[in-house]
Design a binder for this molecule. Sequence first.
Ligand code: PLP
Length: 411
Amino acid sequence: MTDHIMQEILANEYRRHRRNIELIASENFVSKEVLQMLGSIVANKLAEGYAGNRYNEGCQYVDQAEEIAINRLKQLFDCKYANVQPHSGSQANQAVFLALLNPGDTFMAMSSDAGGHLTHGNSINMSGKWFNAVHYGVNKETDLIDYEEVERLALQCQPKLIIVGHSSYSRNIDFKEFKRIANKVGAYFLADIAHTAGIIAAGYGQNPLHYADIVTSTTHKTMRGPRGGMIMSNREDLFEQLDSALFPGIQSATLMNIIMAKAVTFSKALSEDFKKYIGNVLLNAKIIAKVLQTRGYKLLADGTDNHIIMIDLRNSNINGKLASEKLAIAGITCNKNVIPFDSRPINLTSGIRLGTPACTTRGFGIDECKQIANIVADVLDEAQNTNGEKDNVAIDSAQKVEAMASKFALF
Ligand code: PLP
C-alpha cells in the first residue's frame, strides 16, 4: 500500500526546494548520483566492523565500496588515515572524545556565540556535561579569533585537547598557529572542518591535516555529499584508537548506502569542476557581503573569507528570529544565529547566517547573488522601518524569488 501522506509531503518538499532560494550555510543540493546511492538496495545491508573484518557475511561488495571511499578521502585531504563510518559530524567528534579524553578532562574550544559548535563543550551537550570545557571567543572589536588570548587560556587551563572549528565564523583559521599553541601546552589538536571541508578539499587555504592531530568533518555542507561524518589523521599512533573509538566505541552497524554516497562525493570533489564550484561559492559569498554592506548592513568580521555571511543585528530594532521569518515570507531560507556578545536570548538572537553552497550548486552567479542580496536588504529594511509590522515588500519579493529560482533546475 502506498503511503499517500508521505508521498504528498515529499512532493511538497520538492516544490519548496524548487521555489525557494536556499541560503542556509550548512545545506546543499546533492547530485542525482549521490541520491541514487542513498536510495539504493545497499540500504538493506548489515555490515558491522571494518572492511575486510566484518561480523557478518555477504560484505564482499560493500567492503570494496568502503575501501574505495577511504582511499579517495585520503587522496582528497593528503592524509594517511580516514574513517568514513561516522553517522554524523557529532558522532565523529564524540569518537575523538572517547579516543583521547576521560570524563572530567579539560579541553578547549570556541564558544557557541563566537561560532563554535554544540558538540564543542556546550553545557547542554554531552561534551559539556562529561568534560570540563573551557571556551575561547573572539575579539570584541574585530570579531576575529584572538590567538594570544587562546594561548593565554591554554597556558592557564592546561587542556588535554584543543579544538578549532566553527558553524558561524566567516574568516580563515590559522591552523598552524593553533598547532603551535597545542604543542606549547602538550595538548592534542583537533580541527573540526564540518563547514569548510569542501573549500579545503578544493585547495583554498591551509590544509589542517598538515598541522592537526585529528580532523573531523561532515560530508554535506560545502562537500555537497550525503549527511554524515568523517575522521582523518596523519598521527599513526592514533589510527587504531580512532577506529575502535568509533566502532565499537560509539557506533555499531554502518550505513553502507551513505558510505557509497560519500565515495561518489569524494570522487566528485577530486575533479576540476568541484574546484570551479568552490571558487564560485567563495565569489558569490563576497558579492552578497559587499552588497549588504553597501546597503548599510553590518557584517561580523567585516565580511567573509568562506561561504558564510553573518549579519549583525545587535544595534537593530529587529532580532534574528524576526528577520529570518520575514526572509522566509520572501522565499529566502536562512537561519537566525547567536553572535558574539549577543544580549538577546538564544531563541531570538541578534544574528542572521547566510551561506552560498546551495545557491551556487543551483547555478546562481554574480548577477543572481547581487539580486538576492538586494532582496534580503529590501526585506530587512521593511522589517526595521515598520518594526516588523508590515510584509508588503516581503510578499512582493516572493514572486521575484520564485521567478529567479524557476530559471535554475535542481539537477
Ligand atoms: N561540527 C561543526 C563545526 C558543525 O557545524 C556541525 C554541523 O552542524 C557538526 C559538527 C555536527 O554535524 P552533524 O549535524 O552531522 O552532527
